[in-house]
Ligand binder design. Sequence first.
Ligand code: AMP
Length: 540
Amino acid sequence: MLQTGLMMERPLLLSSVIEHAAKQYGDVEVVSRETHGPLFRYTYAQCAARARRLANALKSLGLAPGNAIGSIAWNNHRHLEAYYGVSGSGMVMHTCNPRLHPQQLIYIINHAEDRVVLFDATFAPLVKAIAPHCPQVHTWVCLADAANTPSIEGINSVRSYEELIAPCSDDFEWPEFDERTAAALCYTSGTTGNPKGALYSHRAIVLNAMAGCMPSVLSLSPNDAILPVVPMFHINAWCIPYSAPMGGAKLVLPGPKLDGQSLYELMESEAVTISAGVPTIWQALLAYMEPLGLRFTTMRKTGVGGSAMPQALIAKFMDTYQVEVRHGWGMTETTAIGTMGTLLPKTQGWTSEQKQALLAKQGRSAFGVEIKVVNDEGNTLPRDGTSQGELMVRGHWILASYYKSETSPLVDGWFPTGDIATIDAEGTMQIRDRTKDVIKTGGEWISSIDLESAAVGHPAVAMAAVIGIKHPKWDERPLLFIVRKPGASLEKEEILEFLASKVAKWWVPDDVIFLDSLPVGGTGKVQKGELRKQYGGVFS
Ligand code: AMP
């Protein structure tokens, strides 16, 4: 007969994370770039006190558990306080991506029924445009002191965050409730149809943040200072605002300054040991450092994901800069990290190139997430590293249903990701493409990701993108877009010859278009939909 274990059952609540940091790592610093420029610094103990102050302020605004509070904000300390003050009170922290189209922002704020929206002064023009269409929002709070809070024409309900919390006590008894209660909400940034809401529970976030501290994921400890470039307005900044205080790591928040020079200087001045961001950010950072011959003094590891990290960039980080690359995969629907790549002891004798080829894959699933790939009929494919099909996930922090949606997206209890992947015998997963981006040619598949990664390996290439173009004979053929590095010269014949030495002959694109820049969307991914709209004709 089964017996019930005789252990306590304490709910996994976010308030416990910041209170843990306040008590155990009370003097560990949080450093934050103010939207108006200067650096601000305080400790986890002070952060927790101000989160409690905010909780009292929210109460004073007449808000109650279950209410949603929006944010349109950078990575900064007030946004961090809101992460805890809002969710810890039993309210829902709805992070809005300011790079969404204003119509989509209006849609998500209304759909989420946000009562209050916290915003950074940068986004005052955006607030001015959307506020008249968001009738349920009764207060707009600028994350600044009174001096840096702009008045916005036509909106009387703008308050300064500092003025709002100043009269409130930092004594607040965090309520205890079911750990499955909603804590945060983030909408997908899909290019078709309305965004869909992923409503994260306290339990999902706490478990994901614990996984983030594991050595096989980000390995956060009191010896670390982490600078998340991944935005707090999308997928909870990969849960780093929760895992850093959980692990006792110093947290460095870059605010609006995300250019290569600002990031480099902050990493150096704050002795950052680990960072996390999308590949385009790292390309910009290295583009600043390379011509100046700069090196990192303390940075030793970087988490990367959101789109595929080209092997050439991994090589540069590891060989030239001695920075270990952790390449992970996740999506809005997976709370944060789902898989992460690390090198196992058996790779010790491998060449750098072999190691980098392994790290170009998206790694093994963290404990708490199961992965499989299935064919069109839904049958599970073998873990042989070559059978490719749709990636399916399930686990403690995987979405079961979209917010206010009647239909379940699940298939036999698994979430279909829309990504095409392979999994090998050791469990290492590799994303080959999005289902909608994969190029079908003569009955075979070409991975646009692999082609892009190969193209970025050419020294004159800054960025590359590949789309499929209709072809009368082959169904589809690849078209390559290249952004050259500043000052570099490169012509079509040279890049095609280069690719012919890297990929199968039938993968070599039919044509190349050189552009000054690629369209990049709200989450740092190249918008292939835009390229298709503009260039997606027919090859003859
Ligand atoms: P989003 O929900 O906007 O963050 O987008 C999630 C999607 O980004 C995934 O379904 C993948 O298509 C893509 N993605 C995330 N991480 C990676 C990665 N490391 N390599 C390739 N694609 C990725």
